[in-house]
Design a protein. Structure first.
Length: 456
């Protein structure tokens, strides 16, 4: 059904394009008897509406705090150095790296009442929402829409762009985006009798169960429980299964976990384990198991794909493997998440200087360098044209990019920073205590109660 819908959608686009590109019958029949002198077009607005004196902007100094270390912090430092040398306003940027998102959030929050707070922060959207509730975040809507200093948001996928909205307020703009996917061994699946990745939950069950059954045919009893999906209890995975079953965790801006769709999703994954079609890799690296044909499916984040490719090379495994979304009956799904550029309130000049640096970081040239270093999604659609060589050497990454229309945002609530941890813990608890699938409603009811407490 999903494939039929997609075909109809594509066909409608083609027909619309054909209609738009040609001359309609109505247009051809209009008599050319009289013409009117066209009204002069309104001049395009080019002056800034931000009311910042350009002279006052010059030589501005701003501080940026990031959550990064290692290769990401090194690349960011090179960006800072390049911007400081080349920007036309003489803006000076200083970066401080806080090491983790959790540490960054605590450090920034503690700095807010002081004069030492940063001007620009690379933080999670839910962190920005919390700071916005405290009244310390700059609404970036005027900056995005400014005739001189604005940005063309139509080049940025909606699933990235809309995550940083709080009603009519833009609390941030995207810095990085990633997702967690299912990885599928196409070659092995073909040998098991399957010619395509799962298109529905029942397809996933059949492929995972047949892979486990194939492990019973060798002389070793130690691998009899292997073969299917290696259970992953990270919160993006739990959330993605909910989305694939057309569930979720938010209803009318409040948390709601106990729903029929969420029950169906969690029962489905628990029943996979009960049927031995899913297993837990307690002492085994899931990536190594995938490369060793001990699992037909594993779950991995976008940035993990190069590691998976290296594992196949180390195992001398020439199987073809692919990236796929979490299969649903009517829609496939996965959850998109990542960091954003948050500008804290300060002077008009410092806010604009921070915006100009963030806008420069989002340009496709810098965006492409981010992708090649971090292996995350390109923020801009136009960035892909700069990544032709990268796509050739990273085919699974290219597959993931084509799946973006199936991606969905995470909840736009400040409390999500705590609730998402609870979601992952609750999902993992089902496996730690070997919860029967019939008890799924009880665990979801407990999650809903806990979420409501965490959101107070």
């Amino acid at each position: 059904m999903k494939k039929i819908i997609n075909l109809l959608f594509i066909t409608s686009i083609i027909l619309s394009a054909c209609t738009a590109g040609g001359t309609s019958t109505a247009e051809a029949s209009i008599p050319k008897t009289a013409t009117k002198t066209p009204k002069p077009e309104s001049p395009v607005e080019t002056a800034s509406r931000l009311e910042v004196n350009i002279e006052a902007l010059k030589s501005s100094e701003i501080t940026v705090w990031t959550p990064w270390y290692g290769i990401e912090s090194s690349l960011f430092d090179s960006f800072v150095e390049e911007f400081n040398l080349k920007n036309e306003w003489g803006i000076r940027v200083t970066a401080q790296h806080q090491g983790t998102f959790a540490n960054l959030y605590e450090t920034v929050t503690a700095s807010l009442p002081t004069a030492d707070k940063p001007d620009l922060v690379i933080a999670l959207p839910e962190h920005a929402l919390g700071w916005d509730d405290d009244g310390v975040v700059t609404d970036l809507t005027p900056y995005v829409n400014d005739p001189m200093y604005g940005i063309d948001s139509s080049d940025i996928p909606t699933v990235f762009w809309d995550q940083d909205l709080s009603g009519d307020v833009r609390v941030a703009v995207p810095a990085q985006r990633t997702a967690r996917f299912l990885l599928w061994n196409k070659t092995w699946a073909g040998e098991l009798g399957f010619d395509s990745s799962p298109d529905a939950p029942d397809d996933f069950r059949q492929e995972a169960c047949r892979a486990q059954q194939s492990m019973l045919k060798d002389a070793s009893a130690q691998n009899d429980f292997m073969g299917g999906w290696i259970v992953d209890t990270e919160h993006p995975t739990a959330y993605a299964w909910m989305l694939a079953f057309e569930g979720g965790v938010v209803e009318e801006n409040n948390y709601r976990f106990l729903t029929p769709n969420n029950i169906a999703a969690f029962k489905f994954v628990r029943e996979l384990s009960e049927k031995q079609c899913a297993w837990q890799a307690v002492e085994t690296d899931p990536t190594a198991a995938f490369a060793a044909r001990e699992a037909l499916f594993i779950t991995a984040s976008l940035e993990d794909l190069p590691t998976v490719a290296r594992a196949f090379a180390s195992a001398n495994n020439t199987d073809t493997w692919e990236v796929t979304a979490f299969p649903g009956e009517n829609q496939d799904a996965f959850s998109v998440y990542g960091s954003s550029y948050v500008i804290l309130k300060s002077t008009n000049e410092e806010q604009l200087a921070a915006w100009l640096f963030a806008r420069w970081l989002m340009e496709k040239e810098q965006d492409a360098r981010w992708v090649e270093t971090t292996h995350l999604f390109p923020l801009r659609t136009s960035t892909v044209e700069l990544l032709a060589d990268y796509q050739k050497t990273h085919p699974q990454w290219a597959e993931a990019v084509t799946l973006l229309p199936q991606g969905q945002m995470q909840p736009q609530l400040a409390s999500w920073r705590r609730v998402k941890i609870m979601l992952g813990d609750g999902f993992a608890h089902m496996y730690r205590v070997n919860l029967p699938s019939g008890q799924v409603p009880a665990i979801l009811a407990q999650m809903q109660s806990t979420a409501n407490d965490l959101s107070k």
